[in-house]
Design a binder for this molecule. Sequence first.
Ligand SMILES: Nc1ncnc2c1ncn2[C@@H]1O[C@H](COP(=O)(O)OP(=O)(O)OP(=O)(O)O)[C@@H](O)[C@H]1O
Length: 229
Amino acid sequence: MSATIAVTRLTKTFGTVTAVQDVTFTAPPGTVTAFLGPNGAGKTTTLRMILGLVTPTSGTATIAETPYTRLPHPVRTAGAVLEATAFHPGLTAEDHLHVHRTAAGLPAGRVAHVLDQTGLTEAAHRRISGYSLGMRQRLAIATALLGDPAALILDEPTNGLDPDGIHWLRGFLRACAHDGRTVLVSSHALAETQRYADHALFIARGRLVHQTPVTPKTDLEKLYLEATK
Ligand SMILES: Nc1ncnc2c1ncn2[C@@H]1O[C@H](COP(=O)(O)OP(=O)(O)OP(=O)(O)O)[C@@H](O)[C@H]1O
């Protein structure tokens, strides 16, 4: 299954604050799309609208041509990691994943598979309370992968990762795209984004101000500074 993420004229106001204004873009399968912009630009709000967690004031957001809240199989269609995920510290990673995969009605074998995909197999029987930030980030990604989703949405996944973790994440995102998944990632880490993204969207003050294919020659920082000033 493939799942294009399509955002059309999306707008969200919170009282007098316009967080997102008339944003339109498409994130196609088989690619990593980076979502870049200053603090408060509207990235998280847009991702939350795509995932049905925030109701748009106007416009639409669909995954596989369907709003998230109306997807027949949401966990198989889209997996997401938004901001700091809370885990029960007394559980092991394996326990945590079994709780989630049972709730989602997924086969037991998925747990070992996502542990392997995120490099957590050896740590699977340790309590999450002893996990580093990077291991927690991997576990959040493992949870998002339980349904083998066609689309993956990650909000600032490099935050708190050490160089090993960043190296792993880069390879992981590329592998996801290679497998045909649609990957949408918000980030502030421009040099790193340059190394894994196929396409970059720039958002500033709630508006999509620029977009570009990303190649080794793209000067993402220069484009970012020009587009968001
Ligand atoms: N629930 C809310 N109520 C009121 N205002 C909100 C709410 N959520 C977001 N905002 C405001 O909307 C704007 C966009 O915020 P958002 O979190 O989407 O930005 P962001 O690009 O993700 O920022 P950051 O890079 O800091 O995570 C900000 O002005 C923020 O204060």
